[in-house]
Design a protein around this ligand. Structure first.
Ligand SMILES: O=C(CO)COP(=O)(O)O
Length: 252
């Protein structure tokens, strides 16, 4: 199928200079499967991006965890897509559920951000996912489709987009989706892309899973046909991130 396995490490709002150096050293010393099998991107907080970029092995890339919705200017506290491009940061994570819920980022706002970031040449990890309440009400696909539609309505080229399906109830809870649950949503989302966008996009866009992925559960998830990789939180700060990267071999 040709979708290259993708493993992202979202460090969220964690780390000191010393800790960051230690994590990078562990990654740099780690043995990973060949580059043509897996793409690895780590996402430190903004302030550590240049440091990580300067120290990190050249086969791994960096991502910002957010960027502003349009051109920079009088937007105190924000970081623009232009700044990321200027620093040579290739990737950005947008629409993470923590930002959607804690900072009230709407589907439309996230869609606008994705569109603007892509227009500036950034690659985007766009996050979608339902809450526990929504899942229990049978609304999982409605929510995920609405979040994806707000992006689809605003972009035409999906080449530089990776979709991260991150059920909110699985994030930071230790309650990982079962391989079956993840596969079901990834499959449905790909079907939605086929019907609502086009079959080529559905076939080529990588849909990665996030939510309590660790060294012990990654293998079985990676074996699912529509799981094209992971967006890892807590475990991306630990040496087991290397095991998660290497689970790419289970997807072949
Ligand atoms: O939110 C996540 C990645 O973006 C997942 O976080 P955890 O892996 O800590 O559950």
């Amino acid at each position: 199928m040709g979708r290259k396995f993708f493993v992202g490490g979202n460090w969220k709002c964690n780390g000191t200079v010393e800790e960051v150096k230690k994590i990078v050293a562990t990654l740099n010393d780690g043995k990973v499967v060949e580059q043509d099998i897996v793409e690895v991107v780590v996402s430190p907080p903004f302030v550590f991006l240049p440091l990580v970029q300067s120290l990190l092995r050249s086969d791994f890339l960096v991502a910002a965890q957010n960027c502003w919705v349009k051109k920079g200017g009088a937007f105190t506290g924000e970081i623009s897509a232009e700044m990321l491009v200027n620093l040579g940061i290739p990737w950005v994570i947008l629409g993470h559920s923590e930002r959607r819920s804690l900072l009230s980022e709407s589907n439309e706002f996230v869609g606008d951000k994705v569109s603007y970031a892509l227009s500036k040449g950034l690659k985007v990890i766009a996050c979608v996912g339902e809450t526990l309440e929504q899942r229990e009400s049978g609304l999982t696909m409605d929510i995920v489709a609405a979040q994806t539609k707000a992006i689809a309505d605003r972009i035409s080229d999906w080449t530089n987009v990776v979709i991260a399906y991150e059920p909110v109830w699985a994030i930071g809870t230790g309650k990982v989706a079962t391989p079956g649950q993840a596969q079901e949503v990834h499959f449905e989302l790909r079907k939605w892309l086929k019907e609502q966008v086009n079959p080529d996009v559905a076939e080529s866009v990588r849909i990665i899973y996030g939510g309590s992925v660790n060294g012990a559960n990654c293998q079985e998830l990676a074996e699912q046909p529509d799981v094209d990789g992971f967006l890892v939180g807590g475990a991306s700060l630990k040496p087991e991130f290397l095991d998660i990267i290497n689970s790419a071999t289970a997807s072949i």
